[in-house]
Design a protein around this ligand. Structure first.
Ligand code: TPP
Length: 583
């Protein structure tokens, strides 16, 4: 389509919107995803006048938000979303809430009605600060052009610094249109160095861990990208290393200390190691509901060392015997350096225990186990099994796997073995529809890799329209849709706890392959197990985005023996405000 050439509007100097974009460039932002609207048209115009930042327009604001989330998770740059006031901001809220829940850094720019008509319930006016404050690290409205560099820079530092999270900046139209004094420029880019551990705390923790009989390391999302120091520490301690819910990709699974991920669908042996631990060293972890089996997993006699970058996390759920503020990696380095090599019977005992736990983990997580061959969640269903999908996707060179929030999650949780860390991206926040947009952001941040997303049909259809964005923007991902014509996870809850009275969980679907093709992408429908591997190969060979519609039985869902998590009791005795220690 050819567009008319831009009209030669005389340059009237820099506007507030120009300055905002200059600030983003100074901060190294490479991509902004968003949806237009009256209050952000000046920002979009400023983006049109430059070539450093790519602007990707999406078909729904939640997609822009989740896309920016994917950029932040996978790349080295902060993800940024741009939306208009009231309706635009409300549509995006799910992505902010999810990023807050998962400690994902995000910068959201929201257009706002001009100050001169604010607080009169102007058209689409929304109190952005009040609406977003409870789900952000910081929400701020900028009321003068002069303060744009200061407040934007602070917003970005807040998003990426400490425990990361979303930050929302509300930009009234009069500020975006306002003239910028010639001497006003972006503030220089500044980052705060993460804190290291206090030497005393390290000494105390080393002493406690050295005397332990059954120490366990629990690693959370705060572990960061550099996993070497955790493995060195696990080696030094001869200790099992487990991760929190959905964070199994932070370490390589072939390391002899790795014992799986906690959370919904965790293996018995993974939970057993934690339950039986006499000392737990938790790093970059917030002891979430799923990780702790609704706060019932840790034994009352287990002594706790908790390391986190956020002081508010220390003792928020479990009060540690030794708690200290530190970047998890820096703490692991110091702990590994300070831990003496184990010798004699201690070394033998711990080593033997670890080997036996690991053997059990290898058996339980095997994809070839006989019980999995008879893949049946107890309902006599047929169709393409999740096991087959996993077998066809496990550890493919050059592929990053993205997992939406359907019943497929416990399958990967239990049976996906990753030799290479950071090759699985999963949302612990539970938001359906995260997969495709996050996968788009991950693909844009990592063009050297191919992205394969696995979504439930319900989750996919919440954001399916943005497959068009993938085609238009040439984002060559593959989206596998596990098509069971139902909200499977909630259907299973009706089966297990509501006497099988099914209501509001079944629906019809289009042929997703045809849908993909109608938008200019590649599409294949797969109805038998044996065709799946070829379909994945074919889809990966395309130079355009692809959908693989994997047809399943309408009752297909969770792994054998795994019931949906029942709504339950508040927690265990350890949360009665008792100090947690051996005393
Ligand atoms: C945005 C959002 N709405 C509702 C839910 C509640 N919920 C959790 S799983 C689920 C069903 C998921 O269905 P689907 O994506 O088709 O995956 P399946 O479980 O069938 O594999 C629902 C409705 C949610 N997590 N997120």
């Amino acid at each position: 389509m050819s567009l008319p050439a831009p009209s030669a509007v005389p340059d009237e100097g820099r506007s507030g919107a120009d300055l905002v974009i200059e600030c983003l460039i100074a901060e190294g932002i490479g991509l902004v995803a968003g949806v237009p609207g009256t209050t952000v048209m000046d920002l979009i115009d400023s983006l049109a006048k430059q070539e450093v930042i790519r602007f990707v327009v999406t078909r729904h604001e939640q997609v822009a938000g989740f896309l920016a989330d994917g950029v932040s998770r996978a790349g080295d740059r902060l993800g940024v979303a741009l939306v208009s006031r009231g309706p635009g901001a409300a549509n995006l809220a799910i992505a902010v809430q999810n990023a807050y829940d998962e400690s994902v850094p995000l910068l959201v720019l929201v257009g706002q009605v001009p100050g001169g008509i604010a607080d009169r319930r102007a058209f689409e006016e929304m109190d952005v600060v009040a609406a977003f404050r409870p789900m952000t690290k910081w929400t701020v409205e900028i009321h003068s052009v002069e303060r744009i560099p200061e407040l934007l820079q602070r917003a970005i530092r807040m998003a990426v610094g400490g425990r990361p999270g979303p930050v929302v900046v509300s930009l009234p139209l009069d500020v975006l249109k306002g003239p910028v004094p010639e001497q006003l420029h972006p503030a220089p880019r500044r980052r705060i160095h993460p804190p290291g551990p206090a030497p005393d705390a390290v000494r105390e923790a080393v002493a406690l861990l050295a005397g332990a009989q059954r120490p366990v390391i629990v690693l959370g999302g705060g572990a960061g990208r550099d996993f070497g120091s955790y493995l060195r520490l696990a080696d030094r301690l001869s200790a099992p290393l487990v991760t929190t819910w959905m964070r199994q990709s932070v370490v390589p699974h072939d390391h002899p200390s790795y014992l799986g991920a906690l959370g919904y669908g965790a293996h018995h042996v993974t939970e057993q190691a934690v339950r039986e631990a006499d000392v737990i060293l938790a790093m970059g972890c917030r002891f979430s509901e799923f990780t702790t089996k609704r706060w019932t997993l840790l034994s009352t006699t287990t002594r706790l060392v908790h390391v986190d970058i956020d002081p508010c996390e220390l003792g928020r759920v479990y009060v540690p015997e030794i708690g200290f503020i530190s970047d998890a990696r820096l703490a692991a380095e110091s702990l590994a350096a300070g831990t003496p090599a184990l010798a004699g019977t201690d070394a033998e005992r711990r080593g033997e225990r670890l080997r036996s736990l690991r053997k059990e983990f290898d058996r339980a997580s095997s994809l070839d186990a006989e019980e999995l061959a008879a893949d049946d969640p107890g309902t006599g269903v047929s169709g393409i099994s999740a096991v087959r999908v996993l077998q066809d996707l496990s550890d493919r060179e050059g592929v990053l796997l993205v997992q939406d929030a359907p019943s497929f999650a416990p399958w990967t949780h239990r049976h996906l073995r990753l030799a290479r860390p950071r090759t699985l991206y999963a949302s612990a926040g539970g938001a359906m529809g995260w997969g495709l947009p996050a996968g788009m952001g991950i693909a844009l941040a990592r063009p050297d890799q191919r992205v394969v997303i696995v979504s439930g049909d319900g989750s996919f259809w919440m954001v399916a329209q943005d497959f068009e964005t993938c085609v238009r923007e040439n984002i060559g991902l593959v989206n596998i849709v596990m098509n069971n014509f139902s909200y499977g996870n909630t259907r299973d809850r009706q089966r297990s706890t509501h006497g099988g009275r099914y209501l509001g969980v079944f629906y019809g679907n289009p042929n997703f392959a045809e849908f993909g093709r109608s938008l200019g992408g590649f599409g294949l429908r797969v109805e038998t197990d044996t065709d799946l591997a070829t379909a994945v190969e074919e889809a990966l060979a395309q130079d355009r985005p692809a959908i693989i519609d994997v047809v399943q039985d309408q009752m297909y869902g969770l792994p054998p023996g795994l019931a949906p998590l029942p709504p339950g009791e508040p927690g265990d005795a350890r949360l009665d405000g008792k100090r947690h220690s051996a005393e």
